[in-house]
Ligand binder design. Structure first.
Ligand SMILES: [Zn+2]
Ligand SMILES: [Zn+2]
Length: 352
């Protein structure tokens, strides 16, 4: 089959590779829609722990089941599925609590833990074999491009649930208007947020426009002259917001997120999923601010099932985030567009 292969750090090629091996607990998915995200850029640079080269990336994808192993129940050949990237071992204390994303056997393939597109081959390929428990049958009315967002929307929904969701009418700030942030705007709206403020950097112009179209009441551009936290306070009568959801992943974004929360507010830091970013914050911001600060990574099992329902019910519209469509054979162009931000890409959907 054809697949994208990260051959060594900072090198990739489109190559013919053997079809994925099947197994009793695996399903093989014929990938119908797949994409790249900022994490793939980190993976290619070799900065994501446990990823071994050569590596077939791809952790945001969906497709049709073409083979199901002997032990697989509830899934059939022909089903359209979205794939949840993170599959816990199912046996460690954290997995037994349902928190697959905190599996204590991360990276240990023998334990049964797999992180699709990270510790095992992913979906930037014609076919991908995944543990059956990673697959969610897409609800009626949804297609492969929705399936591509199964994992991504699950991550966003989980970030909100970390902080107890949104209480009706609460003010919410979303830091980082990438795909996750733009989904977060819609999730905040769906969960009953009052005012929604989105914070971006100067090169985010188009994304902030889209944020407004998707439900943001205000947008703030982080300029060198004024801290965005101050701008957010000005927009909220000096109070700050009830809930901050951060998906920008930079040190500055982390600091600003803490500084824009109101006293006793909640801050979910979810962008910096790889090591290397340090937080430089006056501790009194957290202590005197009486803040509830949450880290959030990936998504536990079952969140994506509900994420799919949000798409089905029209609470979240993923289609405006698909800014480009290309065959997988044009992966090099897609990569260049994405990493150089040519044509303001958010998600470039690729068809294997
Ligand atoms: Zn991703
Ligand atoms: Zn586990």
């Amino acid at each position: 089959m054809r697949a994208v292969v990260f051959t060594e750090p900072d090198h990739f090629e489109l190559a013919d590779v053997p079809d994925p091996a099947s197994g009793p607990d695996l399903i093989t998915v014929s990938v119908k829609a797949t994409t790249i995200c900022a994490t793939d850029v980190k993976i290619l640079h070799g900065t994501v722990p446990f990823v071994k080269f050569p590596h077939i990336p791809g952790h945001e994808f969906g497709g049709e089941i073409v083979e199901a192993g002997a032990n697989v129940k509830g899934l059939r050949v022909g089903d359209l599925v979205g794939v949840e990237a993170h599959v816990g071992c199912g046996k460690c204390p954290r997995c037994l609590e349902g928190l697959y994303n905190l599996c204590e056997n991360y990276g240990n393939l023998e334990s049964g833990h797999t992180h699709i597109g990270f510790t095992v081959a992913g979906g930037l390929a014609e076919y991908c074999a995944v543990p059956a428990k990673a697959a969610h049958i897409m609800p009626e009315g949804l297609n492969a491009s929705h399936a591509m967002f199964t994992d991504t929307l699950g991550i966003v929904l989980w970030a909100f649930e970390r902080a107890g969701g949104v209480k009706g009418g609460e003010t919410v700030a979303i830091v980082g208007p990438g795909a996750l942030g733009l989904l977060a705007v819609q999730v905040a709206r769906a969960l009953g947020a009052g005012r929604i403020i989105v914070i971006g950097i100067p090169s985010d112009g188009k994304r902030l426009e889209l944020a407004r179209r998707l439900g943001a009441d205000d947008v703030v551009v982080a300029e060198a002259s004024q801290s965005p936290a101050r701008s957010v306070r000005e927009l909220t009568n000096g109070q700050g917001v009830d809930l901050v959801i951060e998906f920008a992943g930079t040190s500055d974004a982390g600091k600003q997120s803490l500084e824009m929360a109101r006293r006793g507010g909640r801050v979910v830091l979810a962008g910096a999923t790889s090591p290397g970013r340090e937080l430089n914050v006056d501790l009194s911001v957290i202590v005197r601010g009486h803040l509830n600060v949450f880290g959030s990574v990936a998504n536990p099992q079952s969140i994506s099932r509900r994420a799919n329902v949000m798409m089905q019910e029209g609470l979240v519209d993923v289609t405006p985030l698909i800014t480009h469509e290309l065959p997988l054979s044009e992966f090099s162009s897609a990569w260049e567009m994405f990493t150089e931000r040519i044509g303001n890409p958010i998600r470039i959907m690729m068809y294997p």
